[in-house]
Design a protein around this ligand. Structure first.
Ligand code: 13P
Ligand code: SF4
Length: 309
């Protein structure tokens, strides 16, 4: 049954010039039909290179918006229109403009998990895999990092020469994990290495053997000589790693690290969206943005690609 739907999606995308981009937090059955998979940074770079007329994005809204900004002449569709990221909605442009007016010499570094509207008032974007590289390559010392204070604290630790102002924002999924849960997971699996995403709280990251982005965690686990790992990021990553490395053991750090928004996208929705694109019936959820918004918000994404490349 799953194989039949996958075959139909593959047929529809070939016949209708559709490229499927899927974030690594999507289920395995979705990654199998995607043309590009990866973390936020890799997908941004991939989106800028797509030659197809249509992009079908499996992830959350800000990611599809980023793809649209990088490929403004293409039709970009989000598989599930309800898939948003609560962190991306936490701050608005007025709030950041007010801080900029008070502290005009601070450059604003925005995590890519932000709306296009918020990006218009920021100087450079980062993802979790590019944040340290980009911040350390900036000449400016005084920065405001938004919205994730946990990722911001991780960057501050890695770049001690910078003065980074943080606000009270973050990913509710990763930030839900506590230091006690890490201690419990370590007690259950004493031989396992602990790999943690920097969106987790410092009390969690401090107990890790490795802190890094989604792609960083995947690469670390694949290359490591160790046999057992506790995965401190969205649980789908433990599942994908188990497929990739069947001779190793992957344990989830906490049952809480499930992103309900990422899980909204199902294979049926990918199929329905591809079918609507093919039929041109207007049912597929297309990302529509004005040229002005794209031009203003894209500045900080281009800066990210320039400094992170
Ligand atoms: P990365 O894809 O940059 O690792 O971010 C994780 C995340 O939470 C995506 O929403
Ligand atoms: Fe947003 Fe967190 Fe979900 Fe990523 S894991 S999409 S940051 S809520």
């Amino acid at each position: 049954m799953i194989r039949d739907i996958q075959d139909e999606i593959i047929r529809l995308k070939k016949e209708n010039d559709i490229c499927i981009l899927a974030h690594s937090y999507q289920g395995h059955e979705i990654l199998e039909v995607a043309d590009f998979t990866g973390d936020s940074y890799k997908l941004s770079v991939d989106a800028s290179k797509v030659t197809n007329k249509n992009i079908l994005f499996c992830g959350v809204h800000f990611m599809a918006e980023t793809a649209k900004m990088l490929s403004p002449d293409k039709h970009v569709y989000l598989a599930n229109p309800l898939a948003g990221c609560p962190m991306a909605e936490q701050m608005d442009p007025e709030m950041i403009t007010e801080i900029k007016n008070r502290e005009p010499d601070r450059k604003v570094v925005a995590y890519i998990n932000t709306t296009a509207a918020l990006k218009t008032v920021c100087d450079v974007c980062v993802t979790s895999s590019s944040a340290v590289k980009i911040v350390s390559s900036m000449e400016d010392k005084k920065l405001l990092f938004i919205p994730d204070c946990n990722l911001g604290a991780f960057v501050q630790k890695a770049c001690p020469d910078k003065d980074i102002m943080l606000l009270n924002g973050g990913c509710p999924v990763h930030a839900a994990v506590t230091g006690d849960e890490v201690r419990e997971a370590k007690a259950l699996h004493p031989g396992a290495l602990v790999l943690v995403h920097p969106e987790c709280r410092p009390e969690v990251s401090e107990q890790a053997d490795y802190v890094g982005s989604t792609a960083g965690i995947i690469n670390f686990a694949r290359k490591s000589e160790a046999r057992e790992f506790i995965i401190g990021t969205e649980i789908s990553i433990a599942e994908h790693l188990q497929y990739d490395c069947p001779d190793k053991r992957f344990y989830i750090m906490s049952k809480k690290i499930v992103c309900p928004n990422m899980k909204l996208t199902t294979l049926s929705e990918v199929y329905n969206t591809a079918r609507s694109i093919a039929a041109g019936d207007g049912e597929a959820f297309e990302i529509l943005m004005s040229d002005e918004l794209i031009a203003k918000a894209r500045v900080c994404i281009d800066e990210m690609l320039r400094l992170g490349g």
